[in-house]
Design a binder for this molecule. Structure first.
Ligand SMILES: NC(=O)c1ccc[n+]([C@@H]2O[C@H](COP(=O)([O-])OP(=O)(O)OC[C@H]3O[C@@H](n4cnc5c(N)ncnc54)[C@H](OP(=O)(O)O)[C@@H]3O)[C@@H](O)[C@H]2O)c1
Length: 257
């Protein structure tokens, strides 16, 4: 199984890294194409077996799976130059580019296609991958799910739910990072060294996520456990409410849709 990644930026580079760390695809079967050789060199230094090129067509030619990871406005131009066949699988990670638009840019519009919206934690194998499918067999769906499950958790959704999933999980990671940054600032003001504050907050975020993901519980139940009546946590929680925290999150998510 050979994979070509077109575009080695934040996301394409992270996917390449995730695939190299994972066990499913041998590193020697991964080709990454980008016009920026510095990004390719950085990948080669980390993963000497990986293939790199600046020739998108050559990269895609022999691949079973082509992952398109260029900016959305370049998708049409880049895709039109790739001579993809029905035997290949196209995986587009371009946010907001529909199957219909992808189909218009390929020679065989009925070829198997996936739209995957990961987040940058894919390099740590901790991404949430929202996946939509078009003209794929059960085997192809299982294959792509197994590849992306190795780099995190995947969920298959109808295409019209992808933009909401993008807001929640892809843009959402930036909002969580923003929380970490803000909490760090508070920590520094209270006399904690920035690096210690960062570790404390990041570990708390990881712990909160683990409580939810591993115990099939609910945020309200977990919040209840730490809010003693008359205690300090409820004071902070209510400050967040007064400042419009929940409303700000809801508005941010909806704005990103
Ligand atoms: N970043 C995210 O969190 C995220 C999440 C989900 C989906 N996505 C999607 O992922 C895609 C890539 O986003 P990104 O953040 O990774 O962007 P990016 O960092 O700009 O990466 C795109 C890469 O493609 C390269 N490139 C430009 N033209 C090319 C061409 N003709 N052939 C081959 N490579 C070319 C760019 O090189 P130059 O820098 O030299 O132009 C850059 O290295 C987008 O469609 C985005 O919607 C991103």
């Amino acid at each position: 199984m050979k994979i070509a990644i077109i575009g080695a930026g934040n996301m394409g580079g992270s996917i390449a890294q995730g695939l190299c760390i994972g066990q499913l695809i041998p590193t020697a079967n991964i080709t990454v194409s980008d016009l920026d050789t510095a990004k390719l060199n950085a990948l080669e230094i980390k993963y000497p077996d990986i293939h790199t090129t600046s020739d998108n067509e050559a990269a895609a030619e022999t691949a079973d799976i082509v992952i398109l990871a260029v900016k959305p406005w370049l998708v049409d131009t880049v895709l039109k130059k790739l001579d993809l066949s029905k035997k290949q699988i196209l995986v587009s990670i371009a946010a907001g580019i529909s199957f219909e638009q992808l189909a218009h840019a390929v020679i065989e519009p009925e070829m198997p296609m996936f739209r995957v919206i990961p987040n940058t934690a894919i390099s740590e194998l901790e991404s949430l991958n929202a996946i939509a499918t078009r003209n794929v067999t059960k085997e192809q769906e299982t294959l792509i799910l197994s590849i992306f499950n190795e780099m995190g958790t995947s969920i298959v959704l109808p295409e019209d739910k992808l933009s909401a999933a993008t807001a929640l999980a892809s843009c959402g990671i930036a909002y969580v990072l923003k929380y970490i940054q803000a909490a760090m600032q508070a920590g520094v003001e209270m006399g904690i060294r920035p690096e210690d504050a960062m570790n404390m907050v990041a570990q708390s975020v990881k712990g909160a996520a683990e409580l939810i993901l591993k115990n099939d519980t609910h945020p309200s139940i977990e919040i209840d456990k730490v809010t003693t009546p008359g205690g300090i946590t409820i004071r902070g929680i209510n400050e967040l409410e007064h400042a419009g925290f929940a409303s700000a999150i809801i508005r941010a998510m909806k704005a990103s849709q």
